[in-house]
Design a protein around this ligand. Structure first.
Ligand code: AMP
Length: 213
């Protein structure tokens, strides 16, 4: 199954993708995670991308399209994949369509997780992450010990772009650059809308229902 998770920053795409990989036995491909790893490793691409990411701006299409083109050729994507955070522009969506077509593949479902803007700022400013992939929220999902990961015991950190100024830019850019993808995939008959408010398990159940429906 070849899937895209679409939604604004803070919609819970990463949280849902992590739940889906076990059930579907296909990998999560997060361009945000790949870019953050490149920043941490100090690669040339990482250093270039960091300038955009810290400001809440999108990294240039050519960079992320190249990342996805390479990643989708890997062995573990043969049975399918969950794209989390890609595509984010119409140009990226068009390139994705071309690269899949070349390999005789196509997208099966685009799951759009809908969350009102008013909820997103509170979700993002309270978010604390762990390098093991876990994420917590100071109000909605606090760790047992403040600042420490429940799963691996490491110190939690806040993403640089989860600061208020960067969040504002990310939300504006989402509406300008990414929201047009809702129409793009709707006209192609691929869009499956799911309400993104409520408990993560309820949202997960709604996603699995549209995939199986
Ligand atoms: P995310 O973890 O998906 O919220 O992504 C974090 C940041 O990485 C974004 O704010 C962008 O700066 C960059 N990024 C991730 N995915 C993309 C993409 N598909 N296109 C452009 N920039 C991206």
């Amino acid at each position: 199954m070849n899937l895209i998770l679409l939604g604004p920053p803070g919609a819970g795409k990463g949280t849902q993708a992590k739940k889906m990989i076990d059930a579907l036995q296909i990998p999560q491909i997060s361009t945000g995670d790949i870019l953050r790893a490149a920043v941490k490793d100090g690669t040339e691409m990482g250093l270039e991308a960091k300038k955009y990411m810290d400001a809440g701006k999108l990294v240039p299409d050519s960079v992320v399209i190249g990342i996805i083109d390479d990643r989708l050729k890997e062995e573990d994507c043969v049975k399918g994949f969950i794209l989390d955070g890609f595509p984010r522009t119409v140009e990226q969506a068009a390139s994705l369509g071309e690269m899949l077509e070349k390999g005789g593949r196509s997208i099966d479902h685009v799951v759009s997780i809908d969350v009102p803007d008013a909820d997103l700022m509170a979700r993002l400013t309270g978010r604390w992450m762990c390098t093991c992939g876990a994420s917590f929220h100071k109000l909605f999902n606090p760790s047992k010990v403040d600042g420490i990961c429940d799963l691996c015991g490491a110190k939690l950190y806040q993403r640089d772009d989860d600061k208020e100024a960067a969040i504002k830019v990310r939300l504006e850019n989402y509406h300008k650059q990414t929201a047009p993808l809702i129409d793009f995939y709707s006209t192609r008959g691929l869009l499956r809308g799911v309400p993104g408010t409520g408990a993560p398990d309820e949202i997960y159940a709604a996603i699995m229902a549209v995939l199986n429906g």
